[in-house]
Structures are given as C-alpha cells and as structure tokens.
Design a protein around this ligand. Structure first.
Ligand SMILES: C[S@@+](CC[C@H](N)C(=O)[O-])C[C@H]1O[C@@H](n2cnc3c(N)ncnc32)[C@H](O)[C@@H]1O
Length: 229
C-alpha cells in the first residue's frame, strides 16, 4: 500500500472517524421507526466505550444543566431520561445525586444494558413519536434528551408529549448535534417554529438555546432548555 493510502486508512480507523461513520449510518431516514430501534439493539456492543466522556459530552452537559436548575431539590427530583439508550445520561445524573430516574427508549438491547446499571426505577420500551405514552400527565420534574434527536429519531411532534409528562414549573432539556438540525428535514422545516408556537400557546417558556462546543466526537452541539407553564 502507498504511504498516502496507509495514511488515509489510518485516519479512517480512528475512534472518532469510526464514531462518525456510526452516526452517519444511524441518523438517516429509515423505512420504519422499528428499524432504527433494531439497529441500536443489534449494535449496542461497544456503545459505552465508544461514547465515553472524552468523546461524547452530551450526558455530562445535560446533567450539569439539570443539577444547576434543581439545586437543593436534586434528591427529590423525578426525571425521565428520554432516548436513554444504555443509560449514560442516567449515570451522570446519579453521580450528581439524582435518585428518581426513569428511562424511555424503543431499543430493547440498549435498555438491557441500562437495566444492568441499576440506575432507573421504571424502564419504558417505547418510542417518543407523538403518540400517547403509558405515563400520567405531570409525572416528572424534568424530561431530558441527549442524542435522541436527529434524522430518523424523535420527530418534532414528540415535543407535545414531553410537555404533557412534565409538571408545570418543571424543565425540559434537549441536547443534539448542531448539524443534525439543518440536516433533518423535519427539524429544518419546523423544530424552532414549533418551539416558538408552543411558547406562544403558553405551554412552555423557552429559557435558552446554547451552543455546545465539541458536543460529540468533535462536532458542536446545541442545548435547548424550557420551563413548563
Ligand atoms: C445516540 S443514542 C443516545 C442514547 C443516550 N441518550 C446517550 O446519550 O448515550 C440515540 C437513542 O435514541 C433512541 N431513539 C431513536 N428513536 C427514538 C424515538 N422515536 N423515541 C425515543 N428514543 C428514540 C435510540 O434507540 C437510541 O438509544
């Protein structure tokens, strides 16, 4: 192999480039929503190792934002980790003293890993896709999503259900890759518009939209926070 070929090959196989390849293969249009859940379930193997904190900061940033918001009430705060996957966000929340954590994700294989960590009380194997979830209104003080938004993942219409599940005064915190936003047709055409419409309708107050440098695998992210009205 030529020197140039060897260099390109070694660049291709760094953990970062492998993770980006994984991301590109997963954040895309799928034929059915079940396909994406099966994909995650079948490729869970090295997820935690590949997504460790030096590479993927979403769980730490989400947990820090929530710890700041809930302050002295952390031990009583009830949280739903949406698109929980293997529980990376839950682990970070637990490290900061959160004790009442539930998880929701449609990928049974990811949830199986999460279950082994003994972080969550209730685990829901469900999609957030705008359909009504089997959870009562105002159950949570906070719903958090890190990594669950992108092409083929949680659609805009899922936001209404987050509002239903979170009590008035509670927090919704969403972290996503910044480039996923314009790349995903559903979001590009409607995410921030819907966020604003929900604010105008008095459903939530849009507290912040913060840029998160090097959120995941060197790519920047964005963090949205909302207070439910
Ligand atoms: C990149 S992983 C993020 C997992 C975890 N939050 C983390 O930070 O490691 C994306 C997760 O979104 C889940 N997901 C995909 N579509 C979803 C939907 N409609 N509702 C809820 N979760 C979904 C996948 O099953 C997968 O576990």
């Amino acid at each position: 192999m030529s020197e140039e070929g060897a260099r390109k090959r070694s660049e291709r196989s760094t953990p970062e480039t492998m993770s980006r390849t994984f991301s590109a293969s997963v954040y895309r249009a799928w034929r059915t929503k079940e396909e994406v859940a099966d994909f995650y379930s079948n490729s869970v193997g090295n997820y935690d190792q590949d997504s460790r904190v030096e590479r993927y900061k979403g769980p730490v940033i989400a947990a820090n934002a929530m710890a700041k918001y809930f302050g002295n009430n952390i031990p009583q705060t009830k949280v739903l980790d949406v698109a929980a996957g293997t529980g990376l966000v839950g682990e970070q929340l637990q490290n900061r003293g959160f004790k009442h954590l539930d998880a929701l994700d449609p990928a049974a294989g990811m949830l199986e890993q999460a279950r082994k960590k003994n972080i969550y009380t209730n685990i829901y194997c469900e999609f957030l896709d705008g359909n009504r979830l089997p959870i009562d209104d105002d159950t949570y003080d906070c719903c958090v999503i890190s990594g669950g938004m992108g092409e083929g993942h949680i659609p805009c219409r899922g936001l209404n259900e987050l509002i239903r599940l979170t009590r008035p005064g509670g927090l919704v915190c969403i972290l996503m890759n910044e480039s996923r936003h314009p790349q995903c047709r559903d979001y590009r055409d409607g995410l921030e518009q819907l966020i604003k419409e929900l604010e105008d309708a008095g459903k939530w107050k849009w507290l912040s939209r913060d840029r998160v440098p090097k959120y995941a695998f060197g790519d920047d992210g964005v963090r949205f926070t909302f207070r439910i009205c």
